[in-house]
Design a protein around this ligand. Sequence first.
Ligand code: DGL
Length: 268
Amino acid sequence: MSNNSYIGVFDSGIGGLTVVKAIADNMPNENIIYFGDTAHVPYGTRSKRQITEYVLADVKFLNTFDLKAIVIACNTADSIARGTVEEMYDLPIFGVVDPASKRAAEITKNGKIGVIATNATINSGAYNAAIAKYKPDAEVIGVACPLFVPLVENGRFNKGDIVIETVVREYLDPLVAKGIDTLVLGCTHYPLLSDIIEGLYPSLQIISSSGAAADTLRQSLEANDLVGNSDDSVRKYFVSDDAEGFKRQAQVFMGDALGGDVTQVNLD
Ligand code: DGL
């Protein structure tokens, strides 16, 4: 393992690109391998057993590259299978739940934190446990938002899109009515909805688990003298379903910054 070994990042689909973007914006000299398990998205409505099986296949694939770290860029995978991955791999494993929880605990003023995430993440209680570690008296109100991931995967994340705006209101109005001052976007697909959420609820402090994860990764790489210094950093993207569809979606969201080829692989 060296400074210019890859950071392996994975998610069930395009959501983890919000983490890649946050890493690339903050650490432009890192080499990144991304895997999106687009054949199996969404993870968040599946059983623990099934999610763990998919996650182990994702990590096994990434581990065929020379890695210096793995980033579980999926709150669902992090909530359900992180312990299993840590037991099996002797690599630094980073997630999204803990960094976002720490940030929420630090910035809430009234101690009422809303968490929106997939069914699996909310049912796991991972956010309640992680936030309690940093702020034991916080009130955490979690809401599962199963319609968000399919809508985002289908490109329905632009301001003015009546379908997504209606769904956002349906999930968030009751949560905001409970008096939260801080909202954790506890799914890496949700930063794509940030503009809409900020527009509808301007007084909320919004935390992206993706941005928080990238900051934690940077701090750890710095502390361990493992920051990348590639002048020409490499990014490679792999998906388990249609590469062209992924590329189109990814480009809408990341613009020219995709910075690498997308290849379809079959992990079965
Ligand atoms: N982006 C993922 C997350 O952070 C997973 C969404 C899904 O596949 O359901 O939870």
